[in-house]
Design a binder for this molecule. Structure first.
Ligand code: SF4
Ligand code: SF4
Length: 341
């Protein structure tokens, strides 16, 4: 999975059409390769992993440290300039996306470093237009999202204000990014609509989309649907720890009320049993055992009117049909207002 994303990034770099420049405009300048000169560096975990794959682990680790502007015990920058600068970029073919576009493009309200030879020739963009203006940025977004679930924590954390997580940099023309914005804003229904619309367009989805859908279903208190979504995410990303953990948690949430309800039933704690089993049935409306057990709790509480439809429901499922019909028969034989025999 992660190898596939690295290959997709490689293709993206190869196909990226940057504005043509004559000669080497940078010459001996390396202002944007210093921690103080290039303050807008944003390097994602995927780009770091790509450098690690192509150049080696130390190359990625040191670049991560530089991008995060890590400081040593004395408070000094570990890398005042990029560890890969050696009279030019030492990892030019594998350099991160932001190194590729720097100079050619400038966000409105920011400045290129003093003396940068691109000054006056760069294309200015407003942040909301970033994905339309900067070549490759829009295609990069889904790769970054997918990889954000696979990234080693060191890379995910070290990537500074990484492109994966920053809400300021969501692509408003991308439904999955819009869903992330809604999710962060607590608008779970809107996040759900965006994700379902995306899955209508692309039914196979991606690990990230199913994982996010699982989170949204969890927040909307729909654990059975969360199980389904996390299950799909795990199929697409079998090694992804969070998908597995979320699947386990959702499974526990779906089964816990049923188990608790049964426990209360055995202890003859009818009210607690009814509350838990009603919740269990809400989560799994096609579980005949929950319906049957809830009917038992209702009958024990003298709530015959509520119990009968539950028994009828349980009679509709093969595993509980026999028991439910027997109970319905004994109710039919007994006094309508009294307990069922
Ligand atoms: S990776 Fe290359 S272009 Fe980017 S900051 Fe380092 S030396 Fe400069
Ligand atoms: S892009 Fe500008 S600031 Fe960066 S090295 Fe080239 S000339 Fe210098």
């Amino acid at each position: 999975m992660s190898q596939d994303l690295l290959l997709q990034l490689e293709r993206l770099y190869a196909e990226q059409q940057l504005p043509a420049v004559e000669g080497n405009p940078c010459q001996s300048c390396f202002a944007c390769c210093t921690a103080t000169g290039h303050l807008t560096h944003r390097i994602s975990a995927l780009e770091l992993a790509y450098v690690g794959w192509k150049v080696g682990p130390w190359a990625a680790e040191s670049l991560a440290s530089y991008a995060a502007r890590e400081r040593n015990e004395e408070g000094r920058l570990v890398f005042e300039h990029c560890p890969h600068y050696q009279n030019g970029c030492g990892i030019y073919d594998h350099r991160p996306f932001s190194c590729r576009v720097f100079g050619h493009f400038r966000e409105r309200g920011t400045e290129l470093p003093g003396g940068c030879s691109f000054q006056g020739r760069e294309t200015e963009f407003a942040r909301q237009d970033y994905y339309q203006v900067v070549p490759g940025a829009r295609a990069l977004r889904p790769l970054l999202r997918e990889f954000s679930l696979l990234a080693r924590p060191r890379h995910a954390q070290a990537a500074g204000p990484g492109q994966e997580a920053s809400l300021d940099w969501l692509d408003q023309d991308d439904p999955v990014d819009r869903a992330l914005g809604h999710l962060a804003g607590g608008h779970y229904d809107q996040a759900l609509s965006e994700l379902l619309a995306q899955l209508e367009r692309q039914p196979e989805g991606s690990g990230f989309v199913w994982h996010t859908l699982g989170l949204v279903y969890g927040l909307l208190d729909r654990p059975a649907l969360a199980v389904e979504a996390f299950g799909r995410a795990v199929t697409l990303m079998p090694d992804q720890a969070d998908c597995l953990a979320q699947l386990g948690t959702s499974l526990m949430l779906t089964t816990a009320p049923g188990m608790l309800g049964y426990g209360h039933l055995l202890l003859e704690e009818w009210n607690q049993a009814a509350a838990q089993l009603a919740r269990a049935l809400e989560i799994e409306p096609e579980n005949g055992f929950y319906a049957l057990r809830l009917a038992s709790a209702r009958l024990a509480l003298g709530q015959r009117q509520q119990a009968i439809p539950l028994l009828e429901l349980a009679a509709g499922f093969e595993p509980t049909r026999h028991l439910a019909l027997a109970q319905l028969q004994s109710c039919a034989k007994s006094e309508p207002t009294g307990p069922c025999a």
